[in-house]
Design a protein around this ligand. Structure first.
Ligand code: NAI
Length: 479
């Protein structure tokens, strides 16, 4: 079997070097194709950070074992790591948290066997961002029904394989009723196919607290992308830090195995990089490839190594010392080389992942976002009555209603949402004509159609707005 290797930036080559030496010492029957990915590729002009040869290799082998890659903050090229996950459809990011022998943890000698699965493609991580005015930046958040179904189904399958009892969906559906509401609704839909597993949910901020106080009470947790990004690092803190947190990015055709940590620029080249997380990601990969005996042998050697380093670990951890101990542990270890699973890489054209169409979708209005330094009442006076069939129902600023009622204590920025609604279906061309009229009065920043899908309002209310159309029903637990 051949896999693709990318060393990564910063401490990437240091930890990858150790991981590959360990694989060789354990006689792991893999061939490695090393490719260029990361900062050097991005700076050479390929802004995705993924060279053509890397793309071809990953699409042929279906497996990428990679080191961390640097992402500039604020500007510059986009994250190569995120691009890779999206490009190759690795929709679920699975992270496993155990306290390894000899590793100091805030949990002391408590036992933890926690799996967190983070949706990997959608959410604000699309980073679809625009400056709407000089003062206002916007990031669009996409959560899709097919995307949620994919990650939830993978989660329940992974939980069943783990022998878990409980699967918990983390969300903020009390506030983000459409996006996180959809994540939660699809979770309980998929849960119906796994009646042997207890399915429940938790609001993500409460989860943050519970993970600190009683992490053992959770078994498998599934989260949206951004919330998952933060809480999976919190969980890494529970088991001794980022150096002990492995991850697998699972897709239908391509899987990417990498440590959770980044390039650790503060310790590059100082012989301080801990290869444990990458090694654990490597053994997740070996299990995925059916090389279970090799994975077990390496995990055992790793546990012994970490235990033997207990005395001098904290301030005197040395990458070279770790490597020598690992290789010594593996000397003479006989490994049954049987491959328990044969992978075939599905070859396929891009496909649409869709769920059955709703029976009715009606247009009912439009939210027009405009730039204006005027007061809310002045904005309203300029657009009220433009089309008698579309009522000006609300104007909001930063998500809070400021017209027809508002508070003197609501500070405004130069970016208003003007909502026109009808209690009857309207034609798209009528809304476009209305927007043209608005555009004669204000610079338009963006617009969103207001729809009613299957008889339910499919757009959120402003803070303080009363509903004109019946709300989307929030899901209830099937547990
Ligand atoms: P980081 O994970 O690189 O470092 C955070 C802290 O943890 C640092 O003090 C570092 O020395 C320590 N650390 C991390 N891994 C370690 C290891 N294996 N052994 C010992 N100590 C370790 O996070 P930071 O500094 O926020 O990000 C640095 C760069 O890495 C950024 O460009 C970021 O975008 C990128 N990054 C890449 C990731 C990936 O490739 N999947 C994931 C996270 C960050």
């Amino acid at each position: 079997m051949k896999i693709t290797i990318a060393q990564g930036d910063g401490i990437g080559p240091e930890v990858m070097g150790v991981a590959l030496d360990v694989f060789r010492a354990a006689n792991v029957p893999l061939d490695y194709e090393e490719v260029a990915m990361g900062k050097s590729v991005a700076l050479a002009g390929e802004l995705s950070g993924i060279s053509e040869e890397a793309r071809a290799s990953v699409e042929e082998t279906g497996i990428l074992f990679k080191g961390p890659m640097e992402t500039p903050k604020g500007g510059g090229y986009k994250s190569v790591n995120v691009t890779a996950r999206k490009l190759w459809g690795a929709f679920a990011n699975k992270r496993v948290y155990r306290i390894l022998p000899g590793v100091r943890s805030v949990l002391g000698d408590r036992h933890l066997d926690l799996t967190m699965i983070r949706e990997n493609i959608e959410d604000t991580y699309g980073a679809v961002e625009h400056m709407q005015t000089h003062d206002v930046a916007q990031c669009r958040r996409f959560i899709t029904r097919p995307g949620c179904e994919q990650v939830h189904r993978y989660t329940f399958e992974a939980a069943a394989r783990k022998g878990a009892h409980r699967v918990t969906c983390a969300h903020k559906a009390n506030i983000m009723k459409m996006t996180d509401g959809l994540f939660l609704e699809t979770f309980y839909e998929v849960a119906k196919d796994y009646p042997q597993l207890q399915a429940d949910d938790v609001i993500v901020d409460a989860l943050a607290m519970k993970l600190v106080i009683e992490p053992e009470s959770f078994d498998v947790i599934v989260l949206p992308n951004f919330q998952g990004d933060i809480l999976t690092d919190l969980a890494a803190g529970l088991v001794g830090g980022l150096a002990y947190a492995p991850s697998a990015n699972i897709g239908e055709s391509v899987c990417i195995f990498e440590a959770v940590h980044g390039t650790a620029p503060d310790i590059v080249g100082q012989d301080l990089a801990n290869p444990t997380a990458l090694l654990l990601s490597g053994t997740m990969m070996l299990r995925h490839l059916g090389l279970v005996s090799h994975a077990e042998a390496i995990d055992t050697a790793l546990e012994r190594t970490l235990l033997s380093m207990t005395q001098n670990r904290d301030h005197t951890f040395r990458t070279s010392d770790f490597r020598e101990r690992m290789l010594r542990e593996l000397e003479g270890v006989a490994i049954d080389g049987a491959v328990t699973r044969q992978l075939t890489i599905p070859r396929r054209e891009p496909k649409m992942i869709v769920t059955p169409e709703p029976s009715t979708t009606e247009l009912r209005g439009v939210d027009v976002f405009v730039e204006s330094p005027l007061a809310p009442s002045a904005v309203a006076a300029m657009v009220d009555g433009l089309d008698p069939s579309l009522h000006l129902t609300m104007i909001s600023n930063r998500g809070t209603q400021v017209w027809p009622t508002g508070s003197a204590f609501t500070d405004c920025v130069n970016h208003y949402r003007i909502r026109f609604e009808s209690d009857q279906p309207v034609e798209q061309h009528a809304l476009i004509a209305l927007m043209a009229d608005v555009g004669h009065r204000f610079p338009i920043c963006s617009a969103e159609w207001l729809r009613v899908i299957d008889g339910k309002r499919a757009y959120s209310l402003a803070q303080g707005q009363s509903p004109a159309v019946e709300a989307v029903v929030t899901p209830t637990s099937c547990a």
